[in-house]
Design a protein around this ligand. Structure first.
Ligand code: ADP
Ligand code: MG
Length: 482
């Protein structure tokens, strides 16, 4: 058997070439472009698909094609495994599920190094992936995904600073005060997208610079391999050759003192030589744990900036842009509004919902209606915490204080009722996107000034009255759980 592929990226790229020739470009973009190869061990190639729905759809509709592609590229023992990120209800963690599938057979392809493109002869001659006599910078592939660029990274209040800093770096790598640029956020809010965008823009501005995007998990694997093969110096030297290093999900380095140590040296080198570092993480440098102090303090040397959950306007823009990119232009505005209203956790969930809806509509030739969107969200995005309604808030607050809900809408000035009314307004402001006037309208026809006054007075009470603070904390917990 011929050893054909050197690593999972190359294997997957080869498979994609075959797949691309056999399906429409729209199907390809929808179903295959978002897949990431993430691992290879013995005969098993692991690919990450965005959701369970994807997995089912691909297995249901493209299985034969996939099988043929894997067979051609990996040989007859090749197998495919799917990795599926699962968001938890709170939307801030991702766990992973791995599903084996009954695919084909292969060559044993045990390449440890996903960075270099080498010819097979060279690969066999060089036991250590980092010792490359006469290594040329040109040989280093950036590992950047051209689909994750600045053009399709929608700007909003949630990401403005990080985006601008990233852009500034790309125009002037290593020469701004943003070194390192440390970007942090919960899952699915665009860290990886922005990381690639920065790399792509840097390459566009400075084609001669060597840029590398790497996930910290891969970095650790490379380090482990280097340690085993006693070639840590070569590993470090490899990283020193680069001009811009983008390291995604640095949290993987937590509680790995040896890898941290080597990263520390790389970091210092970058700093001395004005080379650019971009780091992403699921926590801020202040909150992250399991890191040596000297490394943590260095994370704060440049700029740390976070990505937040997009507000409703930005969600609308993101949805419109994703639909447009999928070739859908004539969709009912109501559907877009509905999606933006229902999915409030992260952008990945938004994408998942859109894909499910498009697939359902094209498979069953159904119109994309709010009803279809609702069905899909309930079915496939069921973990999404939906926005809490004012009615629901009123009910929770009234239950807590044991006050009948209808009293809220009477002109009663009784202290107890006023408190419940004000608390409902306060939580409505906190948990919905409604304006003060809209909240007032739903809380007994009050005007916006009354709602503003209510929110301030509750804020003051929380600061000064222990009992009220405790009660409101309890209500807050109930609302958060729902
Ligand atoms: P993270 O790395 O923070 O978990 P990703 O970068 O993987 O998040 O983002 C999840 C998905 O959402 C990706 O497909 C990405 O393209 C998309 N996305 C995130 N933020 C935006 C944005 N501002 N505009 C457009 N797409 C976005
Ligand atoms: Mg990411």
């Amino acid at each position: 058997m011929r050893e054909k592929a050197h690593d999972y990226h190359i294997i997957w790229d080869e498979c994609l070439k075959i797949i691309k020739e056999n399906i429409s470009s729209q199907s390809f973009d929808t179903w295959f472009a978002p897949i990431r190869p993430v691992g290879l061990s013995k005969h098993v190639l692991t690919i990450e698909v965005p959701s369970m729905f994807y997995h089912e759809f691909i297995e249901g509709n493209f299985w034969e094609l996939l099988k043929t592609a894997i067979k051609k590229v990996m040989g007859t023992n090749g197998k495919l495994e799917y990795k599926i990120p699962i968001s938890t209800t709170s939307g801030d963690k991702t766990s992973t599920m791995t599903l084996p599938t009954s695919t084909v057979n292969t060559v044993e392809s045990q390449n440890k190094n996903p960075i270099f493109v080498q010819d097979e002869k060279e690969l066999r001659q060089i036991p250590n992936p980092f010792v490359l006599p006469g290594i040329k910078k040109l040989n280093i592939k950036s590992q950047l995904n051209k689909n994750l660029n600045f053009d399709n990274f929608i700007e909003g209040d949630c990401n403005r600073l990080a985006r601008a800093a990233g852009y500034a770096i790309a125009k002037n790598p290593g020469k701004t005060a943003f070194n390192p640029l440390f970007i942090y956020s919960n899952v699915g809010l665009g860290k990886t997208h922005l990381a690639h965008a920065i790399g792509l823009e840097t390459k566009a501005q400075f084609p001669d610079l060597t840029v590398l995007y790497i996930n910290a998990e891969t970095f650790i694997q490379q380090y482990t391999y280097a340690a085993m093969s006693k070639s840590i110096n070569d590993f470090v030297r490899f990283y020193q050759i680069l001009d811009v290093l983008i390291i995604d999900d640095i949290e993987f380095l937590a509680s790995k003192p040896k890898t941290q140590e080597v990263f520390f040296h790389i970091f210092n080198f970058y700093h001395q030589k004005n080379k650019q570092l971009v780091i992403t993480s699921d926590k801020s440098p202040v909150e992250i744990t399991g890191f040596e102090q000297r490394l943590l303090s260095r994370f704060k040397w440049g700029l740390s900036t976070d990505l937040q959950i997009p507000d409703k306007d930005t969600r609308l823009k993101i949805i419109r842009s994703k639909l447009y990119n999928n070739g859908i232009e004539d969709i009912d505005e109501e559907v877009i509004e509905y999606l933006a209203y229902r999915i409030v956790t992260n952008v990945r969930e938004i994408e998942g919902a859109i894909i499910s809806i498009l697939a359902q509509s094209s498979l069953n030739k159904k119109q994309i209606t709010v009803e279809l969107a609702k069905q899909m969200i309930d079915k496939f995005v069921q973990n999404t915490a939906h926005e809490i309604s004012v009615d629901f808030i009123q009910k929770v607050v009234c239950d807590y204080y044991n006050v009948p809900v209808n009293l809220l809408f009477t002109p009663s000035r009784k202290r107890e009722i006023v408190h419940v009314r004000h608390s409902s307004m306060y939580f409505a402001k906190k948990y919905t996107d409604l304006s003060l006037a809209q909240i007032g309208a739903k809380c007994g026809n009050k005007d916006h000034a009354t709602v503003l006054y209510a929110c301030r007075s509750i804020g003051n009470l929380i600061a000064t009255n222990k009992k009220i603070k405790e009660d409101l904390n309890n209500i807050d917990k109930i609302l958060k759980k729902s």
